[in-house]
Every structure is written in C-alpha cells, then in structure tokens.
Design a protein around this ligand. Structure first.
Ligand code: AP5
Length: 215
C-alpha cells in the first residue's frame, strides 16, 4: 500500500531531517509547508510576503493560507503513490480540513509519526541549524556538520541560518506548538493512527525505527 504519512513534532524535533531521508528511500514526495512558504518568500510572491510577516515572529501562518497550499499540492500526480506531510497539519482546523480532503480524494493516511523530543534538546538544535539556500539540505554545526565548515556538501553553496532560528523566535514557536499543535497527538491517537518515536539519539537509528513502522 502507498505510504501516506504525517510527521508531527515540535520545532527542531527532526521532522525535516527524517522526512527527507524517508522520502528518498520510498521515492515519494516530502511536502513541507515551511519549505513551500520559504520558497514563496524567496520568490517575492504576495503569499511569501504575507507568510514572512508571521514566520519571522515565530507565529503560525493563518490556516486558510496553508490549507490552500496543501490542497493544491496533494492534487499533483506525484502524490497519488504516497507522500510525507512535514509540518502540516499544525492546528485542529488544519487536521480536520486534511481529513475531508483525503476522504474526498480516496487517499487514507497510513500513519502519523510523532517524533518526541524534550524541550531542552530543541534550542541547541535549532540555533545550530544551517541550511543550503540552493538545494535545501540541512546541517547542524555540531550534530551534523558539513565536510567543509559553512559549505554545502551537495552543491558547494554557502550555508545560511534561517531568519526564524533565533532563540527568541524559537521560544515563541515552541509555545505555539504547545498551544496549537500538541493537541493533534491526541486527535490522531484517537483515530488509531499515531506512532510515537523517541527522537533523541543517532539520526540513522531514529530512521531505522521509522522504517520499521512504515515497512
Ligand atoms: P517549519 O519549517 O515547518 O519549521 P518547524 O516545524 O518549526 O520545524 P523545523 O524545520 O524548525 O524543525 P524540524 O522538526 O524539521 O527539525 P530538523 O530536521 O530541521 O515551519 C516554519 C514556520 O513556517 C512556522 O513557524 C510557521 O510560521 C510556518 N508554517 C509552516 N507550516 C505551517 C502550518 N502548517 N501552519 C501554519 N504555519 C506554518 O532538525 C533541526 C536541527 O536539528 C537540524 O540542524 C538537524 O541537523 C538537527 N537534528 C535533527 N535530528 C537530530 C538528532 N537526532 N540529533 C541531533 N540533531 C538533530
């Protein structure tokens, strides 16, 4: 059966790191609302400008905006054989809208992978993250360093720090997560879809645990 997955977890829990590896292995798209909003922003679109206003403060972008983006994306051909949603849904209205969409499309979810990481791990992970503005690959200055400091292993571009990866913005992102996203753990638990993965430790070991779930 096609894998149709959600990766749920706090900012910095490793959703993007794990989702991109798994998407590569399973040859299905990784659909990250954060990446899509950052791309819109880099392209200077109206959507990108609107999103930047919320993102830089650590606030969530309004539901109607992200639901619209996901509705369009899931209709593309490459999603018919499976997908990984990374960072969506993040609120109850988003989860309910997704339910309706997937029911209409006849594409039921396989699992919701909840990557569970304690708060004290989050700040050092996020403030040490560096990303490649060209190919999107993500690193950590201590936990996953590039071969040459400041340079992407993949394409050689200079790595950058995300504008919302400051300590102040991370604290706001964490509190938004607690208020608005954490209730989705229970929402998906009640549907019998939630799989909890302890997200501290070696990145490859965590990937193995996720592979066992989706196998
Ligand atoms: P988004 O881009 O989705 O950010 P996030 O959810 O805050 O998650 P992150 O990307 O910060 O973390 P991650 O869990 O992917 O961790 P990663 O693998 O990179 O969203 C950004 C903003 O966009 C939001 O704040 C909001 O404004 C807006 N937005 C997006 N979606 C939205 C939605 N649905 N609704 C409304 N607004 C939305 O790992 C982090 C670091 O840790 C990396 O450096 C990595 O190398 C390292 N790392 C990973 N795993 C490990 C490990 N096991 N051990 C040590 N280090 C590790």
């Amino acid at each position: 059966m096609a894998a149709r997955l959600i990766f749920l977890g706090a900012p910095g829990s490793g959703k993007g790191t794990q989702a991109s590896r798994l998407a590569g292995r399973l040859s299905i798209p990784q659909i990250s609302t954060g990446d899509m909003l950052r791309e819109a922003r880099a392209n200077g679109t109206e959507l990108g400008k609107r999103a930047a206003f919320y993102m830089d403060k650590g606030d969530l972008v309004p539901d109607d905006v992200v639901i619209g983006i996901i509705r369009e994306r899931l209709q593309q051909d490459d999603c018919q054989h499976g997908f990984i949603l990374d960072g969506f849904p993040r609120t109850l209205p988003q989860a309910q809208a997704l339910d309706l969409m997937l029911t209409d499309m006849g594409l039921p979810l396989s699992h919701v992978i909840f990557i569970d990481v304690p708060d004290e791990e989050i700040i050092p992970r996020i403030t040490g993250r560096r990303t490649c503005p060209n190919c999107g690959r993500s690193y950590h200055i201590s936990f996953l360093p590039p071969k040459v400091p400041g340079r992407c292993d993949e394409c050689g571009s200079d790595l950058v720090q995300r504008s919302d990866d400051t300590e102040d913005a991370v604290r706001i992102r964490l509190s938004k997560y607690r208020e608005q996203t954490a209730p989705l753990v229970e929402f998906y638990e009640n549907k019998g879809l939630l799989k909890r993965v302890h997200g501290v430790g070696d990145i490859e070991e965590i990937q193995k645990k996720i592979l066992e779930i989706v196998a």
